[in-house]
Ligand binder design. Structure first.
Ligand SMILES: Cc1cc2nc3c(=O)[nH]c(=O)nc-3n(C[C@H](O)[C@H](O)[C@H](O)COP(=O)(O)OP(=O)(O)OC[C@H]3O[C@@H](n4cnc5c(N)ncnc54)[C@H](O)[C@@H]3O)c2cc1C
Length: 499
């Protein structure tokens, strides 16, 4: 039996591992962290559980191909799905804009707020509705499609394709500016992290959300990853944790061994790098096999932006049933680092629907504060002084609590800071390039990457994971993990077992 060594136990690595086992390979996942799941994670603090990932998961709708894939890898099998009533609510100048799941309700609420925007609202809702029939293609990667597959695919995305094309040429700000009401403009412009300034992103997010294709698995991110680990191990896969790959041994264009920082080494016939690509190209391959597509993107962050996060966990001694699950609200300007842009809005998510995440009668809340290029540099410098770094995280946490108390005076004295995560945390735990939590954001000027994971000059090592297709995220991770093994089966002239 041929042996596959998978570097990285995130969702892509786990997906690759599960399909490797299903397809008659033996495999081992080596993971630098003491636990698997990568960025799809959660952790406990002071009696609360902080979910570190899923705000929306595409592929929760029964009967869709992506849902089938999630079930095959054990991620959603038998899991209850929570359907939040709104994707997000945004407060601006005393008005709240709701992005409701029910598109009719969204449209009615926006029309009531701003009748003068009727044309723009109706056009937007009509186009979002066209995406309801769209399902993410998971059957085969594009490079394995024959002409008939391509025609079938084109026909299946006919309506959605035209909508995506229209909004793929427009920035989020341009779309926002087609509305007159300042709160609608603000809500649309700030719908996604700042670098993700392409109108297609909001259409896709709302298309899948209002079309019931994206929701939230109960139990959260860590539990989802652990179900995949269980599936993998039940199929005979083996896992090595606290095991960071630092080098590879090669002979005649073939990798034959991966070496880890503690001296452990792993031989294999094939190697799947399901870790960050920068780690693969620079640390493991020592710059000897550069990839022009990635180099172009690393050297042009303006056209290919990345986002990281400050992620703050807060415990509240009370319930929040009457507050939208995800709410963006204005705050008195909150400064982050000396080079950072002041924060004028905070985005919070509460987990009132997950009673097991907090002690009885309490609620856990998270805040995601996006960080971009200048702030990321500042964090890189700051961590050199551990005390200053810790102090800055505490200061940000205290400011978030203060802002929360100002917005919700009844919470005063009932909030507890649980944890503050910085972009450096993602680098430290996941080796994530610049702390990025997804891949390159799509932009108008940037070219869309559709990478097949091949490494030019190496026959038996490939890249997998969220960076292969923008903007990344969990669906791309699970799909690319599966695609990697599909290509390998083709190379080995084996039929691919997909279920
Ligand atoms: C706050 C936050 C919110 C998010 N929200 C959502 C959401 O709502 N919906 C969504 O779809 N996505 C979301 N994401 C993105 C999602 O988490 C990622 O897209 C996904 O987890 C990426 O999976 P991956 O396997 O490709 O990469 P990773 O998760 O980065 O996995 C790579 C793994 O490789 C390991 N590794 C790295 N280097 C080495 C090495 N040298 N040796 C051994 N192991 C190594 C890492 O430790 C890691 O476990 C969110 C992410 C964050 C941080």
């Amino acid at each position: 039996m041929k042996r596959i060594v998978i570097i990285g136990g995130g969702i892509a690595g786990l997906s690759a591992g599960i399909f490797a086992q299903k397809n008659g390979f033996t495999s081992t996942i080596i993971e630098k962290h003491h636990t698997l799941g990568g960025e799809c994670t959660g952790w406990n603090r002071h009696g609360y559980h902080i979910d570190g990932c899923i705000h929306w998961l595409v592929g929760t709708k029964e009967g869709t191909p992506l849902r089938q894939l999630w079930d095959t890898v054990g991620a959603l099998d038998g899991v209850e799905i929570y359907h939040p009533e709104s994707f997000m609510a945004v407060e601006h100048q005393g008005v709240t804009v709701h992005f409701y799941r029910d598109l009719e309700r969204l449209q009615a609420s926006w029309l009531a707020l701003s009748p003068e925007d009727a044309d723009a609202i109706q056009e937007l809702c009509q186009n979002i509705r066209k995406l309801h029939s769209f399902t993410m293609p998971v059957d085969k990667p594009q490079d394995m499609m024959n002409i008939f597959d391509k025609i079938k695919f084109m026909l299946s995305v006919k309506d959605a394709g035209a909508v995506m094309q229209k909004y793929g040429k427009m920035t989020l700000h341009q779309l926002a500016n087609t509305f007159q009401h300042p709160a609608l403009r603000k809500a649309i412009a700030s719908f996604l992290p700042e670098g993700n300034d392409i109108a297609m992103s909001i259409i896709f997010a709302l298309g899948t959300f209002t079309g019931d294709q994206s929701s939230i698995p109960v139990g959260g991110s860590k539990a989802l990853a652990m179900r995949m680990v269980e599936k993998y191990v039940s199929l005979g896969g083996t896992v090595e944790t606290s095991c960071e790959a630092v080098d590879v041994k090669m002979e005649q264009g073939q990798v034959n061994q991966v070496i880890c920082s503690d001296g452990r080494s792993f031989d294999g016939d094939f190697f799947v790098a399901a870790c960050d690509p920068h780690v693969l190209y620079e640390r493991l391959l020592k710059g000897r096999y550069p990839d022009p597509q990635f180099q172009k993107r690393y050297s042009n962050p303006k056209d290919y932006p990345l986002a990281s996060n400050i992620y703050v966990g807060v415990g509240f001694a009370g319930t929040m049933d009457d507050i939208p699950r995800t709410l963006k609200f204005p705050v008195e300007s909150l400064d982050i680092n000396e080079n950072g842009k002041p924060i004028e809005y905070l985005q919070m998510t509460h987990y009132g629907y997950e009673p097991s995440f907090a002690p009885p009668g309490h609620t856990v809340i998270t805040f995601a504060i996006n960080q971009f290029a200048p702030e990321l540099d500042a964090w890189e410098n700051l961590i050199k002084d551990r005390e200053a770094y810790k102090e800055e995280k505490q200061r940000i946490g205290a400011n978030v609590l203060r802002a929360m108390e100002q917005r919700f005076p009844h919470m005063k004295g009932k909030l507890q800071l649980l944890d503050v995560v910085s972009p450096q945390t993602y680098e430290r735990y996941c080796n994530a390039y610049r702390g990025a939590f997804m891949g390159f954001w799509p932009t108008i000027q940037g070219k869309e990457l559709m990478h097949n994971g091949k490494i030019k000059g190496l026959k038996n090592m490939v890249l997998s994971g969220q960076w292969l297709q923008p903007p990344g995220g969990l669906p791309i991770a699970v799909i690319t993990g599966k695609d990697t093994i599909m290509r390998l089966c083709k190379q080995e002239k084996k039929p691919f077992v997909s279920s």
